[in-house]
Design a protein around this ligand. Sequence first.
Ligand code: ZN
Length: 71
Amino acid sequence: MSDKKFICDFCFKDQDVVALIIASPSVDSHRDGSQSGICNECVALSMNILLDRYEEARKIVTFSATADTAK
Ligand SMILES: [Zn+2]
């Protein structure tokens, strides 16, 4: 198998069970050859924590999201 498998480093789910994994910018891979990353579920969770805790983050994220979804 030459395809690299992506694993979420937060919840350890792999690409087959989550919608999306964002690859880590690090070139490091796990011992089994899988690549580090973070899944959409953990990103969503992290976003909620950030939005709850940091007013400044809320402004930044809201601005970016608005720019991305503008039609
Ligand atoms: Zn995850």
